[in-house]
Each structure stands twice: as structure tokens, then as C-alpha cells.
Design a protein around this ligand. Sequence first.
Ligand code: SAM
Ligand code: SF4
Length: 273
Amino acid sequence: MKDQYGRIIDYMRISITDRCNLRCRYCMPEGVELVPMKNILSYEEIEMVCQAAAKAGIRKFKITGGEPLVRLGCPELIGKIKKIPGVEQVTMTTNGVLLSKYLPELLKNGLDAVNISLDTLDRERYQAITGRDELFRVLESVDQAVDAGIPVKINSVLQKGMNEDEFLALARLTLEKKLDVRFIEMMPIGKGRECDGISNDDLLREIQKQYPGVCKDDRVHGNGPAVYYHIPGFIGSVGFISAIHGAFCSSCNRIRMTATGDLKPCLCYRDTV
Ligand code: SAM
Ligand code: SF4
């Protein structure tokens, strides 16, 4: 499928719920208004959209939210999408809180890869950023997903005065674990407008200072616009999704659907992670 700019669109990101079990300060803080349940697409409706999308040339689907794993039956939905003719890959973006619980079912239903959001390795900071004391569960999920052998990417959003000093500790997760860590620039969207992000250019410069041998990693790491670097001796790579300071719209390959069924082109961070 080609859009009006000649870009090939073969990747669809589907939000299956606007609900979440965390309250990240830059995304969905306490008191956020939720869509009435009657307006959320049923799984049957989502499956029908996926069937039509696959006929139109979509080959890869990303399941997201809100938090996709708070909606019961998510693994079965993934299994159904995987069986649609033409579908090559179904992946998920999750905050990881419920991932270890559902991982066996997700794998059984054919989940191909997972992105796990993790902004800090410090328990108190995690609670300050997400409003919940769930860091240990997320770390457990990361290890289990890596052990299961599927591709794992950690998504980290850095904020000034909150976790900006943790970029090296987060990058160092790639030293011994078979995963990639990607830094996503804070997008001034919704509550993100009230948070100060860090430029990925500055971050890369700091990483280069610390690890002068770091070099561009041109291997394919997924379907997104991240630019990857590899630190010699490390297992995984460090990626940068520079929604603010990097221009990647011309190579965009995706479309997204909200939990209420609105189809949108890729215009913001929600389509990049
Ligand atoms: N709940 C799941 C999770 O956290 O991975 C999936 C949905 S969440 C909206 C997807 C990603 O968007 C997360 O990695 C989150 O950090 C990121 N995100 C949310 N608000 C953002 C913002 N204003 N700027 C940049 N990234 C943001
Ligand atoms: Fe929930 Fe993900 Fe938003 Fe955090 S970033 S509030 S985990 S949807």
C-alpha cells in the first residue's frame, strides 16, 4: 500500500485499549479522562480491520495501548492476527508490569518481539515517574523475555531533573543482556508538554565521550525509525528515536489505529515506539 507521498505503508500499530495500570507523568497522569468502554473496538472488530489491512498490504502489526496487557484476551487476539494470510509479524509495546504473567501465552500465540518501556532502574524514581511501585515486576519481565529468545527492546524516555543521569546505566543493560535500549525523545504532546526532555544528539555525544569506540550499527533492528549504535564488547545496541531532533517522516512506513477505531497517519511519537 502506498500513501499520497509515495511511501510504502506495510506496518500498522493498533491500540487495543486506552486503559493503563501505570500513570506515567508525561503520558497518562492521575485523573486522566478515559473513553467510555462502549466506544472501544471489540476484538472481533479489530480482527476484521486487520484482515482488511493485510489484504491492502500491511505485513506487520504492533499491538499497543494504553497498556495492551490490561485488556483480557490480548494473547488470543495476537494469535488470531498471526493467522491472517499475509501477516508476517505481530509484536507488542508494553510497560512490562504484566508481561511475565502473560509471556507463556503470548509466545504460544506467536508473539514475535516485544518493546518494554523502562525509564529508570531506581525503585523510587520509577514510582515518581509512573505513580506505581512496579519496577521489580518490569525487571523480571525483561529477563524472562530475553531468556525466551524473542527480540527485546527497552524504550526509555529521559527527563531533565528526573532520570537524565541514568542514560549510561540504561545503555549498559546492553552489555550483558541480549536486548537493545532505545532512547526516545520526549514529545511535546499531551502531558509531555509539561516535561523537559533531553536531546538525543546530546546523549549520543556523552555516550561517545564515555565509549570512544562506539560505532553506527546498520543492521536491521526492527521496523521503526531508530538509529542504532554499538559499543564494542556489548551484546546489544543502543538506539535513538529522535522525534524532535531527527527527521524521519520521509521514510515512515506506518499507519495507526486508536482504540476507538480512528485511523491516523504517523505524525507523532505514538507511532514510533
Ligand atoms: N503502555 C505501553 C508502554 O508504556 O510501553 C504502550 C503504550 S505507551 C504510549 C508507548 C510508549 O510511548 C512508551 O515507551 C512511552 O514511554 C512513550 N511515550 C508516552 N508519552 C510520550 C511522550 N510524551 N514523549 C515520548 N514518548 C512517550
Ligand atoms: Fe501507561 Fe505506557 Fe502511558 Fe506509561 S507510557 S501511562 S505505561 S500507556
